[in-house]
Structures are given as structure tokens and as C-alpha cells.
Design a protein around this ligand. Structure first.
Ligand SMILES: [Zn+2]
Length: 369
């Protein structure tokens, strides 16, 4: 039985981007509540732990001193700073009260998860408030202030770990890719919607790493309307052999669930079936598993998808009917989607052809049989 830690406390959703922003803190609250009401935290192999804030030294593992100081000052209301120069402003990356503490806590959470794995206190740690993969060393981007994934991976490298990073968010994991682009000690793999059709516009197959890192960066761009079947096929053809070949000590995953067909910000066509199959494949692959959250903007989907994820991590099967209190507060009745995705046949075939091309190109680049 896998020893599983879930890192959460009300602190992760009490501040945040606000209810008018897609990255609503309520996503985290609802997920926590759904898990609690299923009795997840009473399971003998699941431990709920409150995350701790990151120290400044930890933030500096990836971010610049200037940026860390700027985020703190903006957070405290300093209006004289040129916030736009660091990616802040109305829209994707608004400045909000308590931003430094709120976002620093998500980084601390990821490092705490890494520490728990290396001290063998658990086999899998799920820091669901993070996965903020767009953040740059001195730049807020795509809702991400600090890049908890990049910080935690850098921390793991300093503990002499070999790290594979698998990013299944619908958006390309550009910040993490850039952080380790010239390293052969981190294998970064990102599956995402075709960058020609979605933010951040990077993540093409020919972005493969540089210098010593050549070949250690893998991008799997998928056309809009890629469904469970095609997505899982590409995953198994490319990600499985690469992870087997790389032999990581720790697998870090970004588990964005904005690949779901109902997601308002993107156009892939996965269901909770496909997402569950992905989580369970990752569970089989990862020796030590540091799971991070990520995107996901359909309020009805995110709590269910991440509840399924924790179940697959810990080997627990939840009842299919949602707990009555949860149903009463948020609606919905079933844990899994009830409706299958039915794509028009011609579209389905077009998607299939495109996915096969991507997989064939990557097999050639990576010299996979
Ligand atoms: Zn995303």
C-alpha cells in the first residue's frame, strides 16, 4: 500500500486570485472538501499535512533576488514599482493582497512534499495547490507567480536526485522546460494542446533541449479535440519508454486537469475516464512520486478529477455517488463523467492522423523502436 501525503490547509485557498479570475481558490477548497467527505484523510495510508511557507533561500533556487523582493513589495501594496516589467497587471496576473504569502506557501508545499519523499515518510506526496509551471525566474506568467515545480526540481537536484518531470496540463510547461533546457539530469516531458492554438505558444516537437540537455526535453503537442483514446495512446507510445529508459529517482508530475472537454480555457476532449487512466499509469511508473496540481477551470470537474487522482495514488476506490453534503452544496451526483465524448467521425480521423504524425516524429527524434 502506497503511503500517501496530501498537502492542504485552509491557508491555500483563503487568499488568491479572486473569484473573478479563472484560477479561483475555491477549486482547492472544493477538492479538499470532497476528499474529506469521502473520508480520505481517515484512510490508514493517507496523511493530511498542512504546508509550510518557502524560505527566501528556497525561492532563490529558481527565482532572482530582485523578483522575490518585488513580489513581496507588490504584495504589500507598493505602487511605485513597474509591475508590468515582471509580468503583473490586470488580466492574467493581477497583484492581490497577501500574494507573497499565498504563492510562497505553494512553493513551500512542493519542497515539503519532496522532503517527505526523500526521508521515506511517504511514496507519493500530492501538493495540489501548485504546478505553477509558467513562472519564470523574474516573471509572472499564465496565473503563475512562483514556479513551485522548478524550485522543487532544483531542490531535488541538490539532493543528488535524478528527476523526470511529466506535465499533463493542457498548456505547455514552458517555465519548467526553460529552467532545465541544458541539463541531462532532468528529463522534461510535456503533453499539451498544439501551441499554434493555445497559450503560451511554445512546446513544439523540435524543442528538444540544448548542449548536454539535448534530447532531455520532450514535447508532445496534440491537436484540439484529442480524446481519451488518442491521448492515452500517445502517452503510452512516448512517455512510457522514455521514463523506463531514463530511470529517475523521483518523478515529478504536473497534474493539470484542463485537458477535460468541459474546460472553458482550452480545447482537448478528455473525460475523467481518460484522466484516471493517466493517473493510474503514472502511479505504476513513479518510484517516488511528487505530484503537483496545475490548471483546470471547470469548477465541476477539478475536485472530481483530483479526488480520483488521490484515490489512484493511495489505492482507494471511492463510491461513485458523491457524498450527500457535497452534492447539496455544489450540485452534481456522480464522481465520474456520465457522458462520453462523441466526436464527428471526420474530425476524429483528422485528430488521429495528426497524433500519429507527432508520435512518429518523436519516435524518430528519440530513437524509440
Ligand atoms: Zn493549464
Amino acid at each position: 500500500m502506497r503511503q500517501t501525503v496530501f498537502l492542504s490547509s485552509p491557508e491555500v485557498w483563503q487568499r488568491g486570485h479572486g473569484s473573478d479570475h479563472p484560477l479561483k481558490p475555491e477549486r482547492l477548497q472544493r477538492t479538499h472538501e470532497l476528499l474529506a467527505e469521502y473520508g480520505a484523510f481517515e484512510a490508514p495510508n493517507v496523511r493530511l499535512m498542512a504546508p509550510r511557507p518557502a524560505t527566501k533561500a528556497e525561492l532563490l533556487l529558481f527565482h532572482t533576488t530582485e523578483y522575490v523582493d518585488v513580489v513581496r513589495a507588490l504584495s504589500e501594496g507598493d505602487s511605485a514599482l513597474p509591475a508590468w516589467r515582471y509580468g503583473f497587471g490586470p488580466g492574467d496576473n493581477p497583484i492581490f493582497e497577501g500574494m507573497f504569502d499565498s504563492e510562497g506557501l505553494k512553493v513551500g508545499s512542493a519542497i515539503q512534499a519532496a522532503e517527505l519523499l526523500l526521508t521515506n515518510e511517504c511514496d507519493v506526496a500530492f501538493s495540489y495547490s501548485g504546478g505553477l509551471h509558467h513562472g519564470g525566474p523574474a516573471l509572472a506568467s499564465g496565473f503563475c507567480v512562483f514556479n513551485d515545480a522548478a524550485v522543487a526540481i532544483q531542490w531535488l537536484l541538490e539532493q543528488r536526485q535524478r528527476v523526470a518531470y511529466v506535465d499533463i496540463d493542457v498548456h505547455h510547461g514552458d517555465g519548467v522546460q526553460d529552467a532545465f533546457y541544458d541539463s541531462d539530469r532532468v528529463l522534461t516531458i510535456s503533453l499539451h494542446q498544439d501551441p499554434r492554438t493555445l497559450f503560451p505558444g511554445t512546446g513544439f516537437v523540435h524543442e528538444t533541449g540544448a548542449g548536454r540537455g539535448e534530447g532531455y526535453c520532450v514535447n508532445i503537442p496534440l491537436p484540439p479535440y484529442t480524446d481519451d483514446e488518442r491521448y492515452l495512446w500517445a502517452f503510452r507510445e512516448i512517455v512510457l519508454p522514455l521514463l523506463n529508459r531514463f530511470t529517475a529517482d523521483v518523478v515529478v508530475t504536473q497534474l493539470g486537469v484542463d485537458t477535460h472537454i468541459q474546460d472553458p480555457l482550452a480545447n482537448l476532449a478528455l473525460t475523467t475516464e481518460g484522466q484516471s487512466a493517466l493517473f493510474s499509469t503514472l502511479a505504476e511508473l513513479a518510484p517516488k512520486w511528487l505530484a503537483l496540481g496545475g490548471g483546470g477551470y471547470a469548477m465541476d470537474v477539478v475536485p472530481r478529477a483530483w479526488t480520483l487522482a488521490l484515490g489512484l495514488m493511495a489505492g482507494i476506490h471511492w463510491p461513485e455517488e458523491l457524498p450527500p453534503g457535497y452534492q447539496a452544496r455544489y450540485g452534481g451526483r456522480w464522481l465520474h463523467d456520465r457522458e462520453a465524448v462523441l466526436l464527428e467521425e471526420r474530425l476524429r480521423q483528422q485528430v488521429g492522423v495528426r497524433v500519429e504524425e507527432v508520435v512518429a516524429t518523436l519516435k524518430q527524434i528519440q530513437k524509440l523502436g
